[in-house]
Each structure stands twice: as C-alpha cells, then as structure tokens.
Design a protein around this ligand. Structure first.
Ligand SMILES: Cc1cc2nc3c(=O)[nH]c(=O)nc-3n(C[C@H](O)[C@H](O)[C@H](O)COP(=O)(O)O)c2cc1C
Length: 193
C-alpha cells in the first residue's frame, strides 16, 4: 500500500480471451475509480508469463513483478469469468503466487461475469480467498448475468450495470487503504498511538 498521492486501483483480469467481457466490465469499474479521483491500472494476466505455482521453484520474474504491483496498490480489483461455477484457473494461478504479504489489510473489490442467469459462486469463492489473505472486501460486489446481452466488445451496454460498476470503482477509491482509517481518525489504540 502506498497512498502518498491519489488512491491507485489495480485490476487483475482473470479472463484470457481477446474479447473478454470480464475485461470490459473491469475497465468500466476502473473508469469509475478514475472519475472518483483515483488512478487505475489493468493487469491482464494473459500478458504475464505466469506458470502454475511450484512452491519449490524459484519465484518467476512475472510473479515478483505482479507481487510488487499488488503491494503498491491502494485497492485491488480481481475480475473473473464464471468457469464451472467458480473463478478461472488463470486467476487462481496468479493468486497462488501472491499471499498475505500483498493482500494483508488490502482493500479489494470483486467482479464476476457469467453467461448464465445465476452468477455469484465465483464471488463467494474469491471473497473466501481474500478473507483468508486478511484483505478487506468492499460491500458492493458485481455479478454479471447473461454477459452476452449486457456487455459488448466496445463497452457495457446495460446502463444499470455500467452504473453499478462505476460505483464499485468509486467505492474502491473511497475505501482505499481502509486499514489506516482508525489511525487517520485518531481512534485510541490504533496503530501509531
Ligand atoms: C470453461 C468454461 C466454463 C464456463 N462455465 C460457466 C458456468 O458454469 N456458468 C455460467 O454462467 N457461465 C459459464 N461459462 C461462460 C462464461 O462465464 C461467460 O461466457 C463469460 O462471459 C466469459 O467471460 P469472458 O468473456 O471474460 O471470457 C463458462 C465458460 C467457459 C469457457
């Protein structure tokens, strides 16, 4: 966590397709973060040379770079397609290379994009992982159903969904660095007292 300037939001796109609707959805949320005064960055996992984690192997350079990026973020936005009722293997591989060093007390927002009409399980699974890593997940989450009808290559076509994604980006900026809030507010017993 840095936050010496505007809150910096880093999104991790767990969809690898060229025309990933997940990427379009989280780009919309990042636009919301920028509109709320933050800076924003999309990390496309397909651009990283990130093998599945072998704990016995040396840390791959891409994993070290990703760890630095997440550590320096003031809020993190993992987004994933729904694959078989969960999040993607690509995102799991990335998260396995990360841990509490990067996520402890980090502010996190979650997005799931599904073709079917009942998204949600991937959010629950990701939320559990984030809590395991001692991150704070913001209350607003976005589960996108019927992705083919709400999202096109060039943007989110459904205005309600676009507005919800904007609000998620805004919430990430508002709660960026949330772990420091008691200290900033001068709450007795907070770190630094
Ligand atoms: C391997 C695989 C499994 C999928 N499983 C589900 C599923 O269980 N439920 C669902 O609603 N959609 C499922 N889908 C559809 C995707 O969630 C949907 O097409 C989504 O928009 C893909 O995201 P993307 O456009 O970012 O690639 C699956 C797609 C793939 C490729």
């Amino acid at each position: 966590m840095s936050q010496t300037t505007d809150p910096h939001v880093v999104a991790l796109c767990g969809g690898l397709r060229d025309a990933s609707r997940t990427r379009v959805a989280i780009e919309q949320a990042l636009d919301g973060a920028r509109a709320a005064g933050g800076t924003a960055e999309l990390v496309d996992l397909r651009d990283l040379d990130l093998p599945p984690l072998d704990p016995d192997a040396p840390t791959p350079p891409a994993a070290a770079a990703l760890a630095d990026t997440v550590t320096d973020a003031d809020a993190v936005l993992p987004g994933t397609p729904n694959y078989h009722g969960s999040y993607t293997g690509a995102l799991k591989d990335a998260l396995d290379h990360l841990g509490r060093d990067e996520f402890d007390e980090q502010t996190v927002g979650l997005v799931e994009v599904a073709a079917g009409s009942h998204p949600g399980p991937a959010l629950a699974h990701l939320r559990a992982v984030c809590r395991t890593l001692d991150a704070w997940t913001v209350p607003l989450e976005v589960a996108v159903p019927d992705s083919h009808s709400l999202i096109r290559d060039d943007g989110v076509t459904d205005t309600d969904l676009a507005e919800r994604l904007d609000r998620l980006g805004e919430q990430l900026v508002r709660y960026a660095g949330v772990a420091r809030y008691p200290e900033v507010a001068g709450v007795p017993g907070a770190h630094g007292d």
